[in-house]
Ligand binder design. Sequence first.
Ligand SMILES: Nc1nc2c(ncn2[C@@H]2O[C@H](COP(=O)(O)OP(=O)(O)O)[C@@H](O)[C@H]2O)c(=O)[nH]1
Ligand SMILES: [Mg+2]
Length: 309
Amino acid sequence: MISSFIITGFLGVGKTTLLLNTVKEYFKDRKIAIIVNEFGEVGVDGKVLKNVYSQVLEISEGCICCKLSQEFEKGVIEILQNYNPEIIFVETSGTSEPFPIFLSLQNLGMSVDGVICVIDTKNFDTYKEHSTAKYQIGGSNILVLNKIDLVDENTLKKVEEEVKQIKEKYNVKNVLTGQPIFKTYALYKTEFGKLPKEVFDGAYRIDEIIKIGNEGYESGHIIQDSFSEKIVYLPEDIEFKEIDRMLSNLPKNVYRVKGIVKTKDIPSPILINYSFGNLSYSELPDYKGSSFLVFIGSNIEAQKLIRLN
Ligand SMILES: Nc1nc2c(ncn2[C@@H]2O[C@H](COP(=O)(O)OP(=O)(O)O)[C@@H](O)[C@H]2O)c(=O)[nH]1
Ligand SMILES: [Mg+2]
């Protein structure tokens, strides 16, 4: 049976980082396929992951848990037929819920060996009230408290308690039987998503085959959380400091910025990653496409964000 893992978690918590750090480390000699669903029509993670893995399928422009479930299943079937992978990893968008994706994978005959929810320990307070974040925890069986390098012992303890409570309350149940679908769960604490190998060895395989349709599961998705995104294509003759200045002064309604930008003064294209006020840059030398930034948040007005000369 082909095994699969789902990586879920809110915007910017470290899902792609976890994939880069663990999959590359533990599965060098295995045939891996990665499916990445990004919020919005332009993918950044797909480009980053493609630098490392050859088989990366990008599904954009909506979320695979609701609007795009058919496209998702079609994509999985194509990957199975064309590439014949041993293991499939699915990174959901930060606004997706994992449970419908879990059902899709099971329906396609795959073994789901873990639903991993990455949690941003540093910024948990700022997003924990979003219902999507709660259902992501409730629908997973491996909880990963990430970014622990950025918090003290007390914060870590507090977030751990909160996450456990949310797990208890939002644990997905089969509405027909009233029983929780994942009987147990594991909790890990990581920096940059570095999970131990044991997580991927099948110890958290979900054996129970869930035979309910999507309608057998209730969630508050779509209705309660509203996000939007704006894409801005940039000219290539700008200076790095202009980009840096703009990104250092973002308003609070912008949660997440990702993009790949070419500048006048730095030879390699730069990968930009902004989440919850933390900004990071890295180089992406092989990138050949255009320069763009994707802003994710609520009520975003891109023209007000970008004031380039
Ligand atoms: N300090 C710190 N930064 C992290 C950690 N994990 C991820 N990041 C950074 O957080 C940002 C978002 O990470 P990414 O993996 O793209 O998040 P995703 O949207 O969930 O896929 C990037 O700039 C990462 O380098 C961590 O454990 N500690
Ligand atoms: Mg990502």
